[in-house]
Design a protein around this ligand. Structure first.
Ligand code: SF4
Ligand code: MG
Length: 330
């Protein structure tokens, strides 16, 4: 399959008074139509910044994409003007968030917001756009969709509001949907319903989905492939089944050991001791070393390389580098 979106060596930095924060530091992945890629990591690992970079929504200054390529249908989005990006955003690449209120305006009815979104991108009159809005609300499983058009966002339950946001994101049949922790704020039952909905919509519409999450339960449910991130860098990238059966990176292994656990509303993976590092003052060598139970002397001075350990299985850890044994015994 030809990828619809290909990210190559993306580097997004924030230039703060306290120093340069390498929020995204060398991220590469590719995704094909109909496929779901999970990006997993703790808060601050760079997964949301990766998503914002793809949308070209990094606040600048202080943020800046300093290097890399984001190829959408073979064209580099980083070379597009803001005007060109506005045509792509929301129409060809859409994004949904943990909090629907990020994309829904509390003072307008759902009809007004949906019709407006549709009219920005599609050649339709108001009446056609309203019919399309009903269709979309129906598609995402809102009962008696037509009757709910005049409702305000707060008149929907949390789960239904999430459905409205998904309907808005799908208004123009995007080819890529980026979902940033879309179910984190919901209780477990509703969470499962929303994940089922996304899987069904993907089957019907054939879009590629990038699922950003801190929850490996979500990954297990919906993803085909997974990239695990730590401190701005990908540390492991492979098929979902391989990741669950043969995790290689000590951080991934730690994440695995932290499930099953009670669904937590906080973006936190408590089972791994210690905290994510301060990105302004990263230690030399492997960023995970202070929390890693396998850390060796060399981990403090050698930055592990991103290597393909097996077919389609990348990992960044000295334990798996060719000369690891030599390094250990030094
Ligand atoms: Fe742990 Fe060393 Fe591997 Fe980093 S490089 S994850 S510290 S073993
Ligand atoms: Mg986030």
């Amino acid at each position: 399959k030809t990828p619809i979106l290909e990210v190559n060596q993306l580097h997004t930095h924030f230039f703060t008074k306290a120093g340069v924060v390498k929020a995204v530091d060398g991220v590469s992945f590719a995704i094909s139509p109909g496929e779901t890629l999970g990006i997993v990591g703790e808060s601050g690992s760079g997964k949301s910044i990766t998503a914002m970079s793809i949308m070209n929504l990094i606040p600048s200054p202080p943020g800046k994409i300093v290097d890399g390529e984001i190829l959408f249908k073979g064209e580099d989005l980083l070379k597009k003007s803001e005007k060109q990006m506005r045509k792509i955003r929301g129409k060809e690449i859409s994004m949904i968030f943990q909090d629907p209120m990020t994309s829904l305006n509390p003072v307008f009815t759902v009809e007004k917001q949906m019709v407006e979104t549709i009219l920005v991108h599609e050649r339709m009159n108001k009446k056609q756009a309203k019919e399309r809005a009903v269709e979309l609300l129906d598609l995402v499983g809102i009962p008696e969709a037509r009757g709910r058009l005049k409702n305000y966002p707060h008149e929907f339950s949390g789960g239904m509001r999430q459905r409205v946001m998904i309907a808005m994101a799908l208004a123009c049949n995007p080819e890529v949907l980026i979902a940033d922790e879309p179910t984190t704020a919901l209780d477990v039952t509703i969470q499962a319903q929303i994940l089922d909905l996304l899987a069904r919509l993907q089957k019907e519409l054939g879009m590629a989905i990038i699922m950003i999450t801190h929850d490996l339960g979500v990954v297990a449910e919906v993803c085909d492939r997974v990239m695990v991130m730590y401190a701005g860098k990908p540390v492991e990238y492979t098929e979902k089944n391989t990741l669950f059966e043969l995790p290689k990176h000590p951080y991934t292994v730690g994440l695995m050991n932290s499930i099953p656990r009670i669904a937590s509303k906080q973006e936190k993976l408590a089972a791994i001791e210690g905290l994510p590092p301060d990105l302004r003052a990263l230690p030399g060598g492997c960023s995970f070393a202070p929390r890693c139970s396998h850390a060796m002397e060399s981990c403090l001075s050698h930055d592990p390389a991103w290597t393909e350990q097996a077919a389609n299985h990348h990992v960044r850890c000295l334990l798996y580098e060719e000369d690891a044994e030599k390094v250990v015994s030094e």
